[in-house]
Design a protein around this ligand. Sequence first.
Ligand code: FEO
Length: 171
Amino acid sequence: MLNKKVEKALNDQIKVEAESSQAYLAMASWAEINGFPGASLFLYAHSDEERMHMLKLVKFVNDRGGQAIIPSLAQPAKDYKSLHAIFTLLLAHETKVTSEINGVVEICLREKDYTTHNFMQWYVSEQIEEETLARNILDKLKLIGNDKGALYFFDRDISTMKAPAGAEGGK
Ligand code: FEO
């Protein structure tokens, strides 16, 4: 059976991943109707990946004899000032997710649950990738500033950029 404190921590993490998926879906939708089709594709894919992160946790909790709780979610922001604002939020969000994941890892160690600790290592490496990617995108957007031409090319390029490992890496 899954240790109760670990189960609670994993269920909290299910909610964090679901919120990430929901937040990136809102951003994708905004980008789609505000002239950024490339960023929109990237964000839709990122939203799907976060859902896979959530599902991987749901399956793990249930497989280990716990019960995954499917959470209700708050409505994410509807409007954003710019792509720069979106990726600033995204990086801040991922940094927060990293500390939540570290929190789960800490609980696993405290409770001596080495199986879940091992399972969580996938999320630990995933966060390194996600933060690096968000930082690189944000650096580009900072350079571009208000240059509309450069923003057009950025949007074209981001559609071909690989979002962090999700559906495949998550299996
Ligand atoms: Fe699943 Fe972006 O954290």
